[in-house]
Design a protein around this ligand. Structure first.
Ligand SMILES: [Ca+2]
Ligand SMILES: [Ca+2]
Length: 122
């Protein structure tokens, strides 16, 4: 049985409504601040692939490359700058008879921004 005074219950409801309002404001504000970065990988030249990262902010930092996998994602190398020439072995993260497809993405600093995933058979 709830023995709280009706006013106390009303105050609690108002407090939770205020928290909810704050959360909504924060989630609306964050997309405007969050930078977005795009990874692209050019065609192989002399055994190396040019790797580009471009961000929609003035800051275009260093990045690490990762291979996306079901169990855990593995770090493939870095830090790199956009335009870095990387060896095929860095991008060839899956090379088994069951799965040769490579899913590569970058984490860009500053901000730990995750890029799109490039899926290709390197
Ligand atoms: Ca993979
Ligand atoms: Ca592969």
């Amino acid at each position: 049985m709830n023995r709280k005074h009706p006013l106390a219950r009303k105050a609690a409801a108002l407090a939770s409504a205020a928290c909810f309002g704050l959360a909504v404001t924060m989630s609306v504000a964050s997309p405007a601040q969050a930078a977005s970065c795009t990874l692209s990988i050019g065609p192989q030249e002399n055994g190396r692939y040019p790797v580009y990262v471009s961000c929609d902010t003035a800051v275009n930092g260093v990045f690490g490359l990762y291979g996306s996998d079901a169990v855990f994602d593995d770090f493939r190398g870095g830090p790199f700058y956009s335009g870095a020439q990387v060896l095929r072995g860095v991008l060839n993260e899956d090379d088994t008879i069951f799965d040769r497809r490579d899913e590569i993405y970058a984490i860009v600093d500053p901000g730990n921004i995750r890029t799109n995933t490039v899926s290709y058979n390197f």
